[in-house]
Design a protein around this ligand. Sequence first.
Ligand code: BEZ
Length: 224
Amino acid sequence: MEEVKNYSMPLIGDPAPSFKAVTTQGVISFPEDYKGKWVILFSHPADFTPVCTTEFMTFASLADEFKELNTELVGLSVDSLYAHIAWLRKIQELEWKNYKNPKVMFPLIEDIKMDVARKYGMIQSQSTTQAVRAVFFIDPKGTVRTILYYPASLGRNFDEIKRIILGLQKADKDGVATPADWRPGEDTIMPPPGTCGVAKDRIETKEDDKYCLDWFLCFKKEKK
Ligand code: BEZ
């Protein structure tokens, strides 16, 4: 008989499932402790593994940049607190790329019983004993806004992780959407679809900061 799987996952737009957990920085109540802040809640398969180590060196080195974006990092794996502490100490001795002796100051959740991992759909068919590389982007009201899942073998793209935070914040601040491959400083998209009239190569509108390629695709010029 096929095994019955016992898992759930929050979807984009859902409230972030709440939990209380022991971390390397003390006990946290999630998401209440992070009200008013953006949070990147992420999981990794296991401490003392190579890809995870490069990711933690990168997360640690970018933590201040995220803080400047009102964004806190929270990590999780199904390892024990003792394993977390030993691994993070070891990471501090390492150098890789531009990252020298990275100190992990953000909380890393101990989730031996996989309670949190199961709530967030982090235990998937790849392994019943390790989390996948999940990334949940949670907004200041505690709503899940973006979800990424990577397999164990693929290290995450931190440019994209930062771009997601910047894109979500831009969308909230200016009421816009962001086009394919958008980077900060580039023009954004005005939702809902504009009504700029008949299609031409590029339709200039009366509003100086807006242009349309067609009636359903209008951009807002980013101030230079
Ligand atoms: C790693 O981080 O290198 C890794 C972890 C679990 C499975 C495979 C690779």
